[in-house]
Design a protein. Structure first.
Length: 132
């Protein structure tokens, strides 16, 4: 079933990030608001934090490790790293893209990492295909 393959929270985040990066942050907020009305569970605190980190990165602030502390689960942290890598690659910031991919690899190698292994493999594959 197709709907089982897509995580709507991360899809909403990706669209909101795309709007913000394109200079349409207000439209992105409107999209998120409409998505929340249709499905209140669609925007978790972790996804909201992810969007904030990626938008700040787009504005020129490379994320610090402490920016990730308030994201509560490793899958959401991994998705944040993925979105950052894609952002940097798509905006021509190859040095930052490589740097965040290295940070991402270090994150998933930690002994305390508790992310879903198949999602981790998919994210690492995607980042390698789309950024390098």
């Amino acid at each position: 079933h197709f709907s089982d393959l897509i995580d709507p929270t991360h899809l909403v985040a990706e669209v909101a990030i795309s709007y913000a990066i394109a200079g349409y942050a207000e439209d992105g907020r409107g999209f998120v608001d409409k998505a929340k009305r249709l499905n209140p569970k669609v925007l978790t605190q972790d996804v909201a934090r992810m969007v904030t980190i990626v938008v700040k990165a787009h504005e020129g602030s490379y994320p610090l490790p402490q920016d990730f502390y308030n994201i509560t689960n490793d899958d959401s942290k991994l998705e944040t790293y993925l979105q950052l890598a894609l952002l940097y690659s798509r905006t021509g910031k190859q040095d930052d893209s490589r740097r965040i991919v290295i940070d991402m690899a270090r994150f998933v190698q930690r002994s305390s990492y508790a992310g879903d292994q198949s999602a981790t493999a998919a994210s690492l594959s995607r980042v390698l295909i789309e950024t390098l």
